[in-house]
Design a protein around this ligand. Structure first.
Ligand code: IPE
Ligand code: IPE
Ligand code: MG
Length: 251
């Protein structure tokens, strides 16, 4: 591995949690058993992020395109969302995690929508980790909804106004974007926000993505040089690069 360019942990880590289905199929289990295991992996990952001083964790839990899966898998995922939320809430709340659900909620049942709103409210005073769960989320949906919001308000569409209208406007852009499961694609995740994220693809299936795998991703991140369009020589003359996309956001 290349020597570290920085020892700072990424402030914002985003993860495409892929590979649950294959994890289950390899064990002759139904795919939804893989998703259940994926929730346990996520629960460990939240703790690991807090232990390492990461400020924001954003995960892709259900994409706009995942509705195209067999209906029993879709309903299994909806049930798992509601079940996991009620199971994990007390711990998240006690540990200082502030949860946000990011995505189009209108297609979710009223009961689920209520549960999401309650969880957000119950953790709204927490400050240790911002935890964004992208559910029924798509990068294209996000850009379109932001443009619609501005249009309705009669505002001009600029990079800055669009950025402020995006679903993740409450956090800075991800520094590190991880995809597990071995696929080398974004699958309509943070299309706008990942403009300058460092990308890391892991062959591990999401249920097997443990603390050591996270540490490896962080170490690789630290070995990268983030130039944001500048040259290495320019960066050497300064202490740290300034991201052209860095904005004054809440965290
Ligand atoms: C990711 O795991 C979880 C969701 C998309 C909900 P997959 O279910 O896509 O797992 P694989 O890719 O089929 O193994
Ligand atoms: C991306 O995984 C979505 C989530 C992890 C929620 P998919 O498994 O749906 O992605 P594709 O279909 O392989 O691109
Ligand atoms: Mg997949």
């Amino acid at each position: 591995m290349a020597k570290p360019k920085s020892t700072a942990v990424p402030h914002h880590v985003a993860i495409v949690m892929d590979g649950n289905g294959r994890w289950a199929t390899k064990r002759f289990l139904p795919r939804v058993a893989g998703h259940k295991q994926g929730v346990d992996s996520l629960s460990r990952c939240v703790q690991a992020c807090m232990d390492r001083g990461i400020g924001v964790l954003t995960v892709f839990a259900f994409s706009s395109e995942n509705w195209n899966r067999p209906s029993d898998e879709v309903s299994g995922l909806m049930e798992l969302l509601a079940f996991s939320l009620s199971r994990e809430m007390p711990r998240l709340k006690a540990n200082g995690v502030r949860i946000y659900f990011v995505g189009d909620r209108t297609r979710l049942s009223e009961k689920v929508q209520e549960g999401l709103a309650q969880a957000e409210l119950a953790t709204s005073d927490n400050t240790r980790l911002v935890f964004n769960v992208c559910f029924n989320y798509g990068g294209r949906w996000d850009i379109a909804q932001a443009a619609q919001k501005l249009m309705k308000a009669g505002q001009e569409i600029t990079e800055m106004s669009l950025d402020r209208a995006m679903a993740l406007a409450h956090v800075p852009d991800p520094d590190l974007l991880i995809r597990t499961g071995g696929e080398l694609r974004i699958s309509n995740f943070l299309l706008w926000q990942a403009a300058y994220s460092e990308l890391h693809f892991s062959d591990r299936l999401w249920p097997d993505f443990d603390e050591a795998a996270l540490d490896e991703a962080i170490a690789i991140f630290q070995s990268r040089e983030r130039r944001f369009g500048q040259t290495s020589a320019q960066l050497e003359g300064r202490k740290s690069a300034v991201s052209p996309t860095s904005k004054e956001k809440v965290t």
